[in-house]
Design a protein around this ligand. Structure first.
Ligand code: GN1
Ligand code: MG
Length: 368
């Protein structure tokens, strides 16, 4: 068995023998492993994660955030008599840290939630509605959490205007000589810029409230009960920070209500599935309706367009600088991702009225 897992298990005071290590390949950033440990009395399962410290420059403060958030949610769950399977539980070292730092790597461990599965794509609306409830609930659970206790783990994470500025400055620098071949992609994103930066403007003008948000609401960041296929736990808490409700809504739609996968090469397959849009909205808005302001409701659908364009900008930027940020499994994958997301954003723009109508209908019912 790989020595490093044995070493890490010891540092987290996990007794027993590491009997199985299997990579979990979801996610573009960290390295994740399902680890089984056996001892005389029982078998325990864990998720070991090697944190990407190029992306998370200050992993120690990130783990401080995660420790605080999970403790806060666990206390609420316990008070309500809800099983702790509904919140991530992180292991601590002897001196109370939620991480260990080895010579050249940074690790954390959470408990593996038994009998759960993740979905990388959706094939029915019911799943989406359930995920909507989970992410909506996550926000309401943290509604009274003191946001000043949270560090910004990635500054300007969803500052779309800044993401554009970064892309355009790298276009100027062209460090890998890739710009000439993607000029049409850059132009397509520039065309979306005014609408994609609208949420930033509204935030700057003080018209939208900052809340504690998840900020990475891909459907594969929800654990579903393997038996009932209902959402059980929201995972990947690395980017829980103050943000906009439309970011969480929009990022989930971007990923789950696309007819195609995130890196589909055949752009004719890419488009917005309005049935799935409605299903997620139904779950999400029914959870947050009580606190949602009118302007939040009006900009919810815009959030989908913003998040889709923003990630297209980020993928294209990463392609231009030589694939430093997102893991890739073949050379042009970031460009393929960028093109797919740009096409989806264009489709969303074309269907904005329909999306807005669905949100208005669901919000009116939820508030009635
Ligand atoms: C990354 O780690 P993962 O795969 O959940 C990224 C998100 C992007 C997403 C695109 C910290 O999420 O912001 O939307 O890829 N996370 C970070 O699939 O940058
Ligand atoms: Mg993530």
């Amino acid at each position: 068995m790989n020595e490093i897992f044995v070493t890490i298990a010891k540092l987290f005071q996990i007794p027993g023998t590491v009997v199985k290590v299997e990579p979990i390949t979801n996610g573009h950033i960290n390295e994740t492993y399902h680890v089984v440990v056996e001892n005389a009395n029982d078998t325990s399962e864990f998720v070991f994660q090697k944190v990407n410290t190029f992306v998370f420059k200050e992993p120690v403060i990130m783990m401080e955030n995660i420790g605080r958030i999970t403790k806060y949610i666990a206390e609420k769950m316990e008070a309500k008599g809800i099983s702790l399977d509904h919140v991530m539980q992180f292991m601590q070292t002897e001196n109370g840290n939620y991480y260990v730092e080895l010579e050249d790597s940074f690790w954390r461990i959470s408990r593996y939630v038994p009998n759960t599965i993740t979905h990388n794509a959706c094939d029915n609306a019911r799943l989406l509605e359930s995920a909507g409830h989970a992410f909506g609930q996550f926000q309401t659970l943290l509604a009274d959490f003191d946001a000043t206790l949270l560090h910004e783990t990635i500054p300007d994470f969803h500052n779309t205007a800044k993401r554009y500025a970064t892309l355009l400055s790298h276009v100027e620098e062209d460090p890998c000589g890739r710009v000439a071949s993607v000029q049409a992609d850059i132009d397509a994103l520039k065309e979306l810029q005014p609408v994609a930066t609208r949420l930033c403007t509204l935030l700057d003008e003080g018209k939208l409230p900052l809340r504690v948000t998840h900020n990475d609401t891909k459907i594969n960041n929800v654990l579903f009960d393997a038996t009932t296929d209902t959402a059980k736990t929201v995972i990947d808490l690395d980017t829980v920070m103050p943000g906009l409700v439309a970011h969480d809504f929009g990022d989930a739609i971007r990923f789950a209500a696309n007819y195609a996968k995130e890196d589909e090469k055949d752009l004719t397959k890419v488009g917005l599935n309005l049935e799935y849009f409605r299903a997620f909205a139904q779950g999400f808005i029914s959870e947050i309706a009580a606190t949602m302001t009118p302007i939040e409701a009006e900009t919810m659908a815009l959030g989908a367009l913003v998040m889709t364009t923003e990630v297209a900008v980020r993928f294209l930027d990463d392609y231009i600088v030589g694939d430093q940020y997102f893991k890739i499994s073949y050379p042009d994958q970031n460009l393929v991702r960028a093109r797919c997301q740009t096409k989806l954003a264009q489709e969303m723009l074309a269907h904005m009225d329909e999306m807005n109508a669905v949100i208005a209908e669901i919000s009116a019912k939820a508030k009635a």
